[in-house]
Design a protein. Structure first.
Length: 241
């Protein structure tokens, strides 16, 4: 059966700038139409998939959920609110904002790169669930040159300074002797940094470049956002192991 929603709830869910009380006032003033007819009541039922809803002549496009790729800069926290530092939500442009947005996973404050912003709790749970082991790929720059033994040590599961053993991970050296890529299948606090510290090295720059099989858009500037189209969402889960 097609989904049915109250008119005021539907509009406010799709337009972050309009509360339900504001929608009610716009309906009262005759500024909301459904299928080209002025809405008579804010609680009238609409079919989001098929009905044409307009507010002051602007079409309210229906999306059950939204998925946003953010290229997080350093100094920004992965939180819905902080009070001290800017949050990832403060970087979302007005045209992509809607109620209920949150970061599906975290990056350290001083780490850059791919953060997924969404209002889809089920998808976020699937990404973050330990049983799924959705891989995350990082570009790493080290204080010292990497060692050829790193590859085997990562694949065996590195033991951190507190005795915690990490799941097997992938280490791939790059052409620069102090740069590499690391693929994790879990997400412990400061994990990449702690793994290299356990090997006697130090991370001086860290950037997440891929979640699952979905790459960070290389043309997306720091602080920039782009909506992920539906056909690319499945790429988040195409590398499950």
């Amino acid at each position: 059966m097609p989904e049915v929603q109250r008119l005021d709830k539907f509009i406010s869910s799709q337009r972050s700038d309009l509360s339900r009380s504001m929608v009610k006032e716009l309906v009262r003033k005759g500024k909301v139409t459904v299928n080209n007819t002025a809405a008579k009541s804010p609680d009238m039922k609409v079919f989001p998939d098929t009905d044409i809803v307009e507010v002051e002549g602007a079409l309210v496009s229906y999306k059950k959920h939204i998925y946003i790729m953010l290229n997080k800069p350093q100094g920004v926290v992965c939180s819905t609110r902080d009070g001290l530092s800017p949050t990832v939500l403060s970087l979302i442009p007005e045209n992509l904002r809607r109620k209920g947005l949150f970061p599906a996973g975290r990056l350290d404050k001083d780490t850059e790169g791919f953060v997924l912003i969404t209002d889809d709790g089920a998808l976020a749970h699937k990404i973050l669930s330990p049983k799924n082991h959705v891989p995350k790929t990082y570009f790493v720059r080290l204080a010292k040159e990497w060692n050829t033994s790193y590859k085997e040590q990562f694949s065996n599961g590195i033991i951190l300074s507190d005795g915690t053993k990490c799941l097997p991970a992938q280490f791939s050296p790059l052409s620069a002797p102090n740069e590499c890529e690391v693929v994790l299948h879990e997400g412990m606090f400061h994990q990449v940094k702690r793994m290299f510290e356990a090997l006697g090295n130090k991370v001086v720059y860290l950037k997440r470049i891929k979640i699952g099989n979905l790459f960070l858009d290389e043309n997306l500037p720091l602080g920039g956002c782009v909506e992920i189209i539906d056909k690319n969402i499945n790429k988040l889960f195409s590398n499950l192991v």
